[in-house]
Design a protein around this ligand. Structure first.
Ligand code: AMP
Length: 191
């Protein structure tokens, strides 16, 4: 089973994906994690994308599609969870083509709905927690970058809601509840 978790930053995609990895032996494909890894390891690509990521904008389709292509060719285990990908219509079309090449299907697109004020609260809370624990916050977990990230979501990513609805693949769930409540809503979709 291959699924997309779709939602704005702070919707809880990563948290839910991690649990699906544990419980269903699925593979989490987070382009955000892949890009942060590239950035931290100082690869050429990492250096190129660092500024865009830190400001909250979207990295080019070509780069993220390349990252996903590599992963789809590997072990598929219990299926893929696409977390933070696709984020544009071009990425969605590329994903459809890549899955077809691999003889795979997209089984569900789960849209996690969360109000903006909660998103901001969650993300700034995550940044404060990281600092309190002696670490550092994500470079884009600040008010200024967050505004850009939310705008990128509404402008470039939210059209995917209509796109997947039209394809009959969209299921929208309430992402506002407790982690276990959201988890139960996802479990219901996955069966
Ligand atoms: P995330 O961890 O999903 O919040 O992603 C962090 C940042 O990585 C985003 O704000 C973008 O700059 C970049 N990024 C992650 N995934 C994508 C994607 N699919 N397309 C473009 N940029 C992405």
């Amino acid at each position: 089973m291959n699924i997309i978790l779709l939602g704005p930053p702070g919707a809880g995609k990563g948290t839910q994906a991690a649990m699906l990895v544990e419980e269903r032996d699925m593979i989490q494909l987070s382009t955000g994690d892949m890009l942060r890894e590239a950035k931290n390891s100082g690869t050429e690509m990492g250096k190129r994308v660092a500024e865009v990521m830190d400001s909250g904008g979207l990295v080019t389709d070509e780069i993220v599609i390349g990252l996903i292509r590599e992963k789809l060719e590997g072990d598929k285990k219990g299926g893929f969870i696409f977390d933070g990908f696709p984020r544009t219509l071009a990425q969605a079309d590329a994903l459809a083509a890549l899955l077809e090449e691999q003889g795979e299907t997209l089984d569900a697109v789960i849209e996690m709905q969360v109000d903006d004020d909660v998103l901001v609260e969650r993300i700034l809370g995550r940044a404060a927690e990281a600092v309190a624990a002696g670490g550092t916050a994500r470079a884009d977990d600040n008010e200024e970058s967050l505004k850009v990230r939310l705008m990128a979501y509404y402008k470039q990513t939210s059209p995917l809601i209509g796109y997947y609805h039209a394809k009959g693949q969209l299921v929208s769930i309430d992402g506002l509840g407790k982690i276990d409540e959201v988890k139960a809503s996802i479990a219901k979709v996955l069966g």
